[in-house]
Design a protein around this ligand. Structure first.
Ligand SMILES: Cc1ncc(COP(=O)(O)O)c(C=O)c1O
Length: 379
């Protein structure tokens, strides 16, 4: 770490060395994992659950693995308060597969669907859905510049549509819905890839929620899909077995060989989340971390965040230097100071700090400390 920008106190450095951690990773995803989870993975690598081998080497049909899957589902249900009216499915293919699976399963080429667009991922979702149904968006429910969420008149919504879809947290732009959209009775579907588990959600408000795991539930390879059971298995399309929700709901995601290691990591992250106090505690921490960072950015004349305060994300904080010519220096020097992966997505530019559940408050403190020193030097 560079002396000039040593943002991490000696005490932390000592802890880092002891804990085999020497950086803060602000990656948007795959994102930083809790240190305790990595330690458990390391410990169990050679002997998982008394099997004498790692979890990667046992049959998914074995008693050990099915017990693990049961524990995972019951922890998901208790953390998120998911009732039995919903199926809990773990599906490979990432959140992007859900962009297609949803319309394939619940709509048709003649069917309609309404998409609210507030950023990059919503745009991708409607593009993919348009291949399978008449997916549309309107200016009323979509932003023209991705820095807010426009208010809309519910009465204007197309009530012939099969569902209403939105993205609760736009990961690139740092725009987050802090309310549940009104849908004039349409079924409500949400891509919660970057904020599920980071704040309290009332699952009963939704018909379908999905989130890939690599931000707040472990590593890439699995997407959690929570879906009202009464909406599953009604497809009028002839679907391949592996993209039919019924396959996953009926077999509890065991139809084929699932990605077993990501499943195991998910359980470790869920256990960690529970041990921290559950989702309410995660929400409190994320609010405290993001508040601190936004407050620092807002009072500075050197940095800025362009999102309207009401719609700012509690987990992805983009920021820009007023002088873009300093971007490269900022990224280079922050990286040397142990603050990694702060580059904003190329579609948005600038910087972005992803401060999901596993990012400790000390990471945000270290970032602010660095930003102050950088401002003093170049401001
Ligand atoms: C909100 C959101 N939706 C969808 C995706 C795409 O997820 P995946 O790469 O798992 O398909 C991402 C990825 O970062 C995301 O942040």
């Amino acid at each position: 770490m560079a002396d000039e920008y040593t943002t991490i106190s000696d005490l932390f450095i000592q802890q880092f060395i002891t804990n085999k951690m020497n950086i803060y990773n602000f990656s948007a995803g795959p994102a930083t994992l809790p240190l305790d989870v990595k330690k458990i993975i390391e410990q169990e690598l050679y002997d998982w659950n008394g099997t004498g081998c790692s979890v990667m080497e046992v049959s998914h049909r074995s008693q050990e693995f099915t017990n693990m899957a049961d524990e995972n589902e019951s922890l998901l249900r208790s953390l998120l308060k998911i009732s039995d009216d919903y199926a809990v499915m773990l599906i490979p293919g990432g959140a992007r597969l859900q962009y297609a699976m949803l319309p394939m399963n619940v709509s048709s080429t003649q069917g309609q669907a309404v998409y609210a667009i507030n950023g990059h991922w919503g745009k991708e979702a409607v593009k993919e859905a348009s291949r399978f149904c008449q997916a549309s968006t309107t200016a009323e429910i979509s932003a023209s510049v991705y820095n807010s969420i426009p208010a809309y008149d519910e009465a204007e919504l197309n009530t012939q549509a099969d569902y209403f879809h939105y993205t609760s947290n736009e990961t690139l732009e740092g725009v987050q819905w802090h309310h549940v959209p009104r849908t004039a009775g349409l079924r409500l579907c949400c891509d919660m890839t970057s904020d599920l588990m980071t704040r309290v959600v009332n699952i009963d408000d939704y018909d379908m929620i999905y989130a890939s795991a690599q931000k707040n539930m472990g590593i890439a390879g699995l997407t959690l899909v929570i879906m009202k059971r009464d909406w599953i298995g009604q497809s009028i399309n002839l679907l391949p077995t592996m993209v039919n929700y019924k396959t996953f709901a009926d077999t509890r995601s065991f139809y084929n060989t699932p990605p077993t290691f990501p499943w195991y990591v998910m359980l470790q992250v869920l256990k960690w989340t529970e041990a921290q106090g559950g989702i309410k505690v995660m929400q409190q921490r994320n609010q405290a971390k993001s508040k601190k960072l936004y407050e620092y950015i807002d009072q500075s004349g050197f940095y800025q965040n362009k999102v309207e305060p009401l719609f700012r994300s509690e987990v992805n904080v983009p920021f820009w230097l007023h002088d873009e010519a300093l971007d490269a220096k900022f990224l280079n020097q922050s990286s040397q100071a142990g603050l990694k992966a702060l580059k904003g997505h190329k579609a948005v530019g600038g910087m972005r700090a992803s401060i999901y559940n596993a990012m400790p408050e000390s990471g945000v403190d270290a970032l602010i400390d660095f930003m102050k020193k950088f401002e003093q030097k170049y401001g």
